[in-house]
Every structure is written in structure tokens, then in C-alpha cells.
Ligand binder design. Structure first.
Ligand code: NAD
Ligand code: UFG
Length: 334
């Protein structure tokens, strides 16, 4: 009776593993460290005093994954493993197709082979494409988003063919924040693409100022509005989804967000206030592909799973900064 967490040493995976261990789930992690570090496992131990079983395997490697399934009694899967850089996916679409879709296909094949019925999948608000008045799925603006949509279709087809399958597709909005211990957090390689890690790197002196991409959007202050969700709330959403799957619901889809929109400058101000710091910034050109605003209707997740976000952006700003301040070089040792 073990939960297989693919990508369990990554940003969202590590926070979810901590919450699973706190609730005494038996956790097995698989990760190939293509975007994470072994040190994460030590940090998970420091927080929980537990060491989940770990396999350094590429989830696309069917032979090695089959060995894992033979050894472990997997009952549920949380599938975080995937590449997630929008910009890189534009440069290397085939890599994203092979890794993200390839790993999902291997998992589905092994689920059938080993009689595993339950899977929770990390999807993204990016599947909504450019939001109109009514959010519509499709029209993804980049290959990364397209892989998420394609995997959603794979899962839907799988559910049609396998009546005993229980699948939760979770569409995340913008995860930020870190565990309150400051021991685990987001550790981007190179120049961060996302707003919060860029802000914390400015705060720690690694970058001179924040580039604010555009101040002529149709929003209250002209800067882009997003739905920033604390990563621990997001982690708890996965525990709620596992519980939901125990009810054998078939395939379910939930948005995981707060329902509140926050602009780039709102987030900068919240960070400055929460941490008593100043973040210098410069207004730059719009970033291609960005939309005015995107925030969640997460009411279905509350109605059906009793899950809702409990933490706010002030908590996230404080926790992100604690993580960055205590680990200026991320998981790399000095
Ligand atoms: P992350 O890069 O920190 O974690 C992903 C983990 O998967 C990494 O540890 C990486 O080494 C591992 N991995 C990737 N491909 C693998 C493979 N083939 N085999 C084994 N391990 C592999 O990313 P994250 O922010 O924790 O995101 C987790 C999931 O959530 C991803 O699927 C991502 O697309 C999705 N998601 C993330 C965001 C976000 O803004 N962070 C938003 C929406 C959806
Ligand atoms: N931004 C800046 N400066 C930066 C980085 C970002 O001004 O250095 C702005 C962006 O223009 C945008 C906002 O901050 O208005 C948020 O940008 P992020 O890159 O942090 O997040 P996105 O909403 O663009 O995308 C994120 C993930 C995607 C995922 C999407 C889901 O990166 O993978 O959320 O909503 F699909």
C-alpha cells in the first residue's frame, strides 16, 4: 500500500511528500534529478524524521519502472515528473513531448499491468489557453502547455477504457512560497522564469532589479494579474485528491488556486511589506505570450473535495524569503 510520487524531489513534489509523510502515508519517490537535487531527501528527513524509499529512474524508462512496480506495492500515483519551462519548450518541443507525454504513457501502461487504479496528475492553468470571458480548454500558446493538454486527453481515453480507473487532474495556477521551516523551496537553475524566485533573488542580492514585463495590461495597475497559491496549500490539494479517489469517482478535474488575482506590483509590495525589504524594479516590454489576467474558479475543488487555500500571499512572501535567505544558493552547498 504505497503512494508513488514521480518528480517527488521537485518543488511541488517535495512539499507534497512532506505532507504525505506527516499523515503517515507510505511514500515511494521516483526522480531522475533532471531538475532537482539529492539534498532534498535530507531536508525532507529533517522536517519529518522519515526517509521515503527513493529510486533514481527516468520515468520514461519502461524497463526500470517495471522493476520498481514489481518491488513495491503501489496503490496510488501522484505524477509530478515533467519538464515545465515554457521558453525551453518553444526551443525544444520534441524534448517536452518525449519526456512529459512519454513518462505518462509508461505510467498508464504499468497501471494496467499491475492493477493500479488511482492517479493524480499535475496539470496546469495553461490548458485554458488565452482566457476569454468563459475559460475554455485548448488554444495552448506553447508546446509545454500542449503536452499537459495532450496528457489530459490520454487520461480521459484511459478512463473510458478502464472503468475501474480513478483519475484526478489538478490544474494548478501559480505556485509560490515554501515550507515554513525554510528547509525546502523552489530552486530554479539559471535565471528564474517565474516572478517569485526572481523577486527573492533580487532580495538576496543575486540580481540587481526585477524586470516587470509590461505595465499596459488591462488590469488595475497595468501589470499582469495571476492567482498565486501557496505551495503547501497546493500540496494539501493532492492529499484531498487522494481521499477523493477513495470514493471511486472515475475521472475528476479541479482547478487549484485561491480565486484571487494579484498583480506583479501587488506581489512586489506584499513581499516588501512582509519582509521589510525594498525590491528595485524596472518596467520592461511585455513578455510574448503573457495574458492580462488569469485566476481560478476553485469552487468545484471545495464543493467536491472540501479543499480550499488557507494561506495567503503574505504567508507565501514570508516563506519564500525565509527559504531564499537561509539557502542563498538553493540546495547547492557552499
Ligand atoms: P520541478 O521541476 O521542481 O519538479 C519536477 C520534478 O520531476 C523534478 O524533480 C525533475 O527532476 C523530475 N523529472 C522531470 N522529468 C522526469 C522524468 N522523466 N523522470 C523522472 N523525474 C523527472 O517542477 P514543479 O514546479 O515541482 O512542478 C511539478 C509538476 O507540476 C510538473 O509536471 C509541472 O509541469 C506542473 N506544474 C507546475 C507549475 C509551476 O508553476 N511550478 C504550474 C503548473 C503545473
Ligand atoms: N513577470 C515579471 N517579471 C519576471 C517574471 C514574471 O514581470 O521576471 C510577470 C509576468 O509577466 C506575469 C507574472 O509576472 O504577468 C507571472 O509570471 P510567471 O512567469 O511567474 O507565471 P506565468 O503565469 O507566466 O506562468 C506560470 C507557469 C506556467 C503555468 C502557468 C499557469 O510558469 O508553467 O503559471 O497559470 F502554465
Amino acid at each position: 500500500m504505497a503512494i508513488l510520487v514521480t518528480g517527488g524531489t521537485g518543488y511541488i513534489g517535495s512539499h507534497t511528500v512532506v505532507e504525505l509523510l506527516k499523515k503517515d502515508y507510505d511514500v515511494v519517490i521516483v526522480d531522475n534529478y533532471c531538475n532537482s537535487k539529492p539534498e532534498v531527501l535530507n531536508r525532507i528527513y529533517q522536517i519529518t524524521h522519515k526517509r521515503p524509499r527513493f529510486y533514481e529512474i527516468d520515468c520514461c524508462n519502461e524497463v526500470k519502472m517495471r522493476e520498481l512496480f514489481k518491488k513495491e506495492n503501489i496503490t496510488d500515483i501522484i505524477h509530478f515528473a515533467g519538464l515545465k519551462s515554457v521558453a525551453e519548450s518553444v526551443q525544444k518541443p520534441q524534448l517536452y513531448i518525449d519526456n512529459n507525454i512519454g513518462s505518462s504513457k509508461v505510467l498508464l501502461k504499468l497501471m494496467t499491468e499491475f492493477g493500479v487504479h488511482n492517479i493524480v496528475f499535475s496539470s496546469s492553468a495553461t490548458v485554458y489557453g488565452v482566457p476569454d470571458h468563459v475559460p475554455k480548454v485548448g488554444g495552448c500558446t506553447n508546446p509545454y502547455g500542449q503536452t499537459k493538454l495532450d496528457i489530459e486527453y490520454l487520461l480521459k481515453d484511459y478512463a473510458k477504457e478502464h472503468k475501474d480507473a480513478n483519475i484526478a487532474i489538478l490544474r494548478y495556477f501559480n505556485p509560490i512560497g515554501a515550507h515554513e521551516s525554510g528547509l525546502i523551496g523552489e530552486d530554479p537553475q539559471g535565471i528564474p522564469n517565474n516572478l517569485m524566485p526572481y523577486i527573492t533573488q533580487v532580495a538576496v542580492g543575486k540580481r540587481p532589479f526585477l524586470n516587470v514585463y509590461g505595465n499596459d495590461y488591462k488590469t488595475h495597475d497595468g501589470t499582469g494579474v495571476r492567482d498565486y497559491i501557496h505551495v503547501v496549500d497546493l500540496a494539501m490539494g493532492h492529499l484531498a485528491a487522494l481521499k477523493k479517489l477513495e470514493e471511486k469517482p472515475g475521472l475528476v478535474i479541479y482547478n487549484l488556486g485561491t480565486g484571487k488575482g494579484t498583480s506583479v506590483l501587488d506581489l512586489v509590495k506584499a513581499f516588501e511589506k512582509a519582509n521589510d525589504l525594498t525590491i528595485p524594479y524596472e518596467i520592461k516590454e511585455r513578455r510574448p505570450g503573457d495574458v492580462d489576467e488569469n485566476y481560478a474558479d476553485a469552487s468545484k475543488a471545495y464543493k467536491e473535495m472540501k479543499w480550499k487555500a488557507k494561506l495567503d500571499i503574505v504567508d507565501a512572501c514570508r516563506d519564500s524569503w525565509r527559504w531564499q535567505k537561509n539557502n542563498p544558493r538553493g540546495y547547492d552547498k557552499d
